[in-house]
Write a protein that binds this ligand. Structure first.
Ligand SMILES: Nc1nc2c(ncn2[C@@H]2O[C@H](COP(=O)(O)OP(=O)(O)OP(=O)(O)O)[C@@H](O)[C@H]2O)c(=O)[nH]1
Ligand SMILES: [Mg+2]
Length: 250
């Protein structure tokens, strides 16, 4: 049983991604299947399906008191055993604060997904601080260097993509696409901290709509200035970072 943790500051898109991972994977042409593995996960899915698919609204920020432990079981015919992933969907504030229990939890997982949200002014230094704390804690516990795989993800990439060529590049060359967006010294820092076991992915949980090569947004503001979802966006790298982690974890 493998355990993967998801790190991301407030509003970086963790809850939406985890919801879409189940809701949209059902409708995607992939050999991976995902199953809710706990009643809390089932309840989370029902709530998100009602909110996002029926009402076309986004969830509220996850509260500090109310983390949801998402337990998905991933199955694939080529893997003899099912991959089970426990992801605790915590409020982003926990990711930034260095609470001892979160650091402790991180030191026990097998792999990590880190969201790099460029909408936050200090996002690169926030990520650096978090990684330094994680690795310090992990070394304290294990006494060795840390070679766990990390998938670094650039969320909400739909906002950045301008045409069909960019979508294609993001889909075909995820690592190169994100490297182009990040400063060289940040990439050097990542390489120093995570060795060779890291990969970058552009992610859009809600995706884009393509109309004869033209990109249409999948969100709009309604008459109350509330951000709403349009149906039928094609998500970008919804599952790929997890697939890559499963492969790395063997
Ligand atoms: N354009 C776009 N916006 C997104 C996407 N995912 C999330 N958002 C927006 O980002 C907001 C925050 O997303 P959440 O998934 O709630 O973020 P979170 O990381 O769970 O936030 P906390 O629970 O506060 O830590 C949503 O209300 C949407 O407005 C996406 O794929 N594309
Ligand atoms: Mg959340």
């Amino acid at each position: 049983m493998k355990q993967v943790a998801l790190w991301g500051p407030p509003s970086s898109g963790k809850t939406v991604w985890l919801a879409q991972l189940y809701i949209r994977l059902q409708r995607t042409n992939t050999n991976w299947q995902v199953f809710p593995a706990s009643s809390a996960t089932q309840a989370f899915i029902e709530e998100m399906r009602n909110l996002m698919t029926n009402q076309r609204r986004f969830p509220q920020g996850t509260t500090l008191e109310n983390p949801v432990k998402i337990e998905y079981e991933f199955r694939h015919p080529a893997f003899p055993e099912h991959r089970r992933v426990f992801i605790e969907d915590r409020a982003g504030a926990v990711s930034l604060g260095e609470t001892p229990d979160w650091l402790e939890a991180f030191s026990k997982v097998d792999g990590l997904v880190v969201l790099l949200d460029p909408n936050r002014q200090e996002y690169l230094s926030e990520v650096q601080t978090a990684l330094e704390n994680f690795y310090h804690k992990a070394r304290e516990a294990g006494g060795q260097t840390d070679d766990r795989p990390v998938a670094f993800c650039l969320p909400k990439i739909d906002r950045l993509l301008r045409d069909a060529n960019e979508v294609e590049f993001a889909l075909q060359h995820p690592d190169a696409f994100v490297r182009d967006q990040l400063p060289a010294d940040f990439i050097r820092f990542i390489e120093q901290y995570t060795g060779s076991r890291h990969k970058f992915f552009p992610v859009s949980a809600i995706g884009v709509q393509m109309d004869f090569g033209v990109i249409r947004p999948t969100v709009y503001y309604d008459e109350r200035f509330e951000l709403r979802l349009l149906p039928d966006g094609a998500p970008i790298h919804l599952l790929t970072p997890f697939e890559w982690l499963f492969q790395e974890l063997g």
